[in-house]
Design a protein around this ligand. Structure first.
Ligand code: PAF
Length: 257
């Protein structure tokens, strides 16, 4: 597995692979089984699998959240190599945002609702870094988890609006056996916090915003929102805070279960 730190290095390394299909799995590291499901799909559908590993400062508003984001590059590289990734693009912040950087991409309506209301500029950071990664890697297919349903909706809109020639594949949320959606932030939950956090998937399983809100209020969790989101497919989406850990999750409103 090749690890590239610069844009030039990544473009040069990918040149010989351009006659096949290139799949890109964008990540911020702290890899878990959710990421592995994306890498597995890319592995089975593409001839070359690229994973980006970059904790994107532009999508964090709170410096504490950015600095506290779990980072373990040696472990992530070992996991990626094991999973069959061909090339990891792991740039520094100065490679992605050199001095004088001033171009931002904004998906105005989809990026402003729900998460966007609570995390202003979050999707501007996500859209900008993803467009830059798409330009660098020039993939045929990009892989994202449906757990971040709004991120998927924002990026689909960006791809359509800017006529990018790539396909976005959204893969189902991977959950622990107790129902909690896998997230790099779960490691920050204490044992009682994790127990409390289980109210999130349980509340969403009602597929009803009022019942979900009552269930979350009943256990004393701080709710940022629990709402039906007009994505494709529509989902019941929620963001809650368990202590200092913010968790998001959603369920499709088109599934039977
Ligand atoms: O979902 C994530 O991990 C990030 O938002 C992404 C897509 C890698 C962009 O930084």
């Amino acid at each position: 597995m090749r690890v590239c730190r610069t844009i030039t290095e990544a473009r040069t390394a990918l040149e010989p692979h351009r006659d096949g299909t290139i799949g890109l799995v964008p990540t911020m590291g702290a890899l878990h089984a959710g990421h592995l499901s994306l890498i597995d799909a890319a592995r089975s559908e593409c001839s070359t699998v690229v994973m980006s590993l970059f904790v994107n400062p532009a999508q964090f508003r709170n410096p504490g959240d950015l600095n506290g984001y779990p980072r373990d590059e040696p472990r992530d590289l070992a996991v990626a190599a094991d999973a069959g990734v061909d090339l990891v693009f792991a740039p520094d912040a100065s490679e992605m945002y050199p001095p004088g950087f001033q171009t931002w991409v904004e998906v105005t309506d989809l990026g402003a609702m729900l998460e966007g209301e609570h995390r202003p500029d979050h999707f501007r950071g996500v859209a900008t870094v993803c467009l830059k990664l798409f330009n660098i890697v020039d993939p045929d297919v990009v892989y994202f988890g449906q757990k971040d349903a709004q991120q998927v909706a924002v990026l689909r809109q960006l791809i359509a609006d800017l006529a990018l020639e790539l396909e976005l594949r959204a893969l189902p949320t991977v959950r622990d056996p107790d129902g909690l959606a896998l997230s790099s932030r779960n490691v920050r939950l204490s044992a009682p916090g994790r127990e409390l956090a289980l109210a999130l998937p349980r509340s969403l399983a009602t597929r009803d915003p009022e019942r979900a809100r009552a269930l979350l209020d009943g256990v004393g969790i701080d709710v940022d929102y629990v709402e039906i989101a007009p994505f494709d497919p529509p989902v019941l989406a929620a963001a809650v805070r368990v202590g200092s850990t913010r968790l998001i999750d959603n369920v499709s409103l088109e599934e039977d279960s």
